[in-house]
Ligand binder design. Structure first.
Ligand code: PSV
Ligand code: MN
Length: 393
């Protein structure tokens, strides 16, 4: 048991979760936004909020940023670095944005216009330059490219355009920088998304070059898809780059991790730990959160997410893998399934709390955050400085 305890502490030490800057800002649905007085607007406020989550959990030293939302023209990079330092975090994955400009109505890298494709490539290379300047080694790519109607465009032509552009971007990556390719079955495209599933992302990443890997956003699958099987296959192909964690009931709902189906996330972690059991190591994976909290207070939702990820990851580390291998070899399905369930139903809260105490962290980060008064102070300060009309709240 002492050995298991030590291993779990070591795994938790290594288990770092990157927070998204956009998860601290006001977001909504296509029907509108409900504003929160304490929501972050500036990059400094987003980094401050992420810093608060890191302070409470000790598990989130980096923050993913979106090029257009966080680095508007004229934004001095030195100021961002200074602000990150002040709040005790570092800049993580840089997310180029090639889906908001009017020019991208018919796509970005898969657009039939060579000049628009080049505009998108230039923006991504600009994001690579930002990554270098802020000390990040990862660019994370998601494309809204796709078509809404059969016959609208030539699917093969778009696939080839996407392939060529990704190759060109990969060729321009500095040494040590990785490029993640994310997929999503639909939205905003409603007929044929150009990178709709892990197979397409895999083919494109493979063609692009060795530093390109697939990013699995847990919300980007159809209901019945076996996500953990995709994870296991990508790991075994050395093509898994990382995750965008969130949960969903229907589609890309961006709900907090494990709020709907914690067993799903456990099964993903189980496959990662199974890979470690077989290979003695797991490649570096970027564990990132991609959630937008429309109704919950944003920092609380983020702390809840990190706590849930640690609980579920610890459960996966508790799976008795030797016993599982034996029961699998004897085709004992009932025992095999129960070995997973035993781990899943183990209450890992005391163990994670112990790990926190050992690191001088609050045993319950959510309680500590509530007691810190951070949210109230942020609301007071930001309510004044942003002059948003919150009279209806
Ligand atoms: C798209 O739905 C996505 O999952 C991509 O990762 C974006 O970068 C992110 O959401 C924020 O829009
Ligand atoms: Mn995502």
């Amino acid at each position: 048991m002492a050995k298991t305890h030590d291993i779990i502490f070591q795994r938790l030490d290594e288990f770092k979760i990157e927070l998204p800057s956009w998860g601290f800002a006001d977001t909504g649905t296509r029907f509108g936004k409900f504003l929160q007085t304490a929501a972050a607007k500036t990059i400094d406020e987003k980094l401050a909020d992420a810093g608060q989550v890191h302070k409470m959990t000790g598990a989130c030293p980096t923050v993913a940023v979106h090029t257009l939302w966080d680095f508007p023209k004229g934004q001095p990079l030195a100021a961002v670095l200074k602000s990150a330092k002040k709040h005790g975090v570092k800049i993580g994955a840089i997310n180029p944005n090639v889906f908001e400009s009017q020019q991208y109505k018919w796509g970005s890298l898969a657009n039939r216009s060579a000049s628009i494709r080049q505009m998108a490539i230039d923006h991504i290379l600009h994001s690579v330059a930002i990554a270098q300047a802020v000390g990040s080694n990862c660019i994370s790519l998601w494309f809204a490219d796709g078509t809404n109607y059969p016959g609208q465009a030539d699917i093969i032509e778009r696939k080839r355009a996407m392939t060529e552009a990704l190759k060109a971007i990969h060729a321009a990556l500095p040494a040590g920088m990785s490029m993640l390719v994310e997929y999503k079955p639909f939205e905003p495209a409603f007929y044929a998304t150009d990178i709709a599933d892990w197979g397409m992302a895999y083919v494109l990443a493979r063609a692009a070059g060795p530093n390109a890997k697939v990013l699995v956003d847990t919300g980007h699958h159809y209901q019945a898809t076996n996500i953990e099987q995709i994870v296991a296959w990508l790991l075994d192909e050395n093509m898994l780059g990382g995750f965008h964690f969130n949960d969903r009931k229907y589609a890309d709902d961006d709900l907090t991790l494990g709020s709907i189906d914690p067993y799903q996330i456990f099964r993903i972690f189980h496959e990662i730990e199974n890979y470690r059991f077989r290979n003695d190591a797991v490649p570096a994976l970027a564990y990132m959160v991609d959630q937008s909290h429309n109704l919950k207070p944003k920092i609380e939702a983020m702390i809840q997410t990190v706590d849930m990820a640690q609980q579920l990851y610890t459960k996966a580390c508790l799976v008795d893998r030797k016993a599982l291998a034996m029961s699998q070899a004897s085709e004992d399905l009932v025992r095999s399934e129960n070995i997973l369930k035993d781990a899943f139903f183990t209450d890992t809260r005391p163990l994670v709390a112990e790990w926190r105490k050992a690191h001088g962290l609050p045993a319950d980060p959510l309680v500590a955050h509530r007691e810190s008064g951070y949210e109230r102070r942020a609301a007071t300060k930001r309510g004044k400085s942003h002059k948003t009309d919150h009279s209806f709240i």
